[in-house]
Design a protein around this ligand. Sequence first.
Ligand SMILES: Nc1nc2c(ncn2[C@@H]2O[C@H](COP(=O)(O)OP(=O)(O)OP(=O)(O)O)[C@@H](O)[C@H]2O)c(=O)[nH]1
Length: 212
Amino acid sequence: MDAVIKKLMPKSEYLDKPETNRPSQAEVEAAVLTLLRWTGDNPDREGLRDTPKRVAKAFREMFNGYDMCPAEELGRTFEEVAGYDDLVLIKDIQFHSHCEHHMVPIIGKAHVGYLPDGKVVGLSKIARVVDIFAHRLQTQEAMTAQIAGVIQEVLNPRGVAVMIEAEHMCMAMRGIRKQGSTTLTSTFTGAFKDSPEEQVRFVTMVRNGASS
Ligand SMILES: Nc1nc2c(ncn2[C@@H]2O[C@H](COP(=O)(O)OP(=O)(O)OP(=O)(O)O)[C@@H](O)[C@H]2O)c(=O)[nH]1
């Protein structure tokens, strides 16, 4: 698998773990303290005293996508699938991310489909890939393209389809303050890109399930 990742790395940076240059725990806590003062509250009061520590811990959890390599998650594949080569769709994969502009939550669902070419991957691995990209600072467009890109590069299926629907808290909690608006993005590779019928089938199955 290492060889595969190395071979693919120059093609796209999203296949590897990004370089990180993290500050110390003390520096992070000092930064949070500054933000607490920026709110106008008193960081010395009891309820806030441990908040810098808590926020540092929460950030490590919410942004642990920088510590993981999505390509590695897709490394274990199965070939004994009785020749199955039709659509595999994992829909309604819930995720929490943060927008790179305001660092506030993006809450949504990803739908990921692919047309296998001789091998399939464990279903949970697709959800893991979604989570890894979600746990980085994101735009919805980039996240959509990254999920499709890494699956296409590593699994080399006949095609990949990704749709994301999400609410951006930067549009709900502040700024324009439009609650309940949803952003949809989609991208297609390979056979999906070439075939509007395949795209319609993907979208219909996302919307209605297999009975459609
Ligand atoms: N295309 C795209 N835009 C996003 C995403 N998440 C947040 N944004 C937008 O990023 C833009 C940043 O605009 P700026 O004008 O630089 O920042 P701002 O003054 O805070 O913008 P407002 O939100 O309009 O107040 C805003 O329009 C956000 O709605 C995303 O995933 N994709």
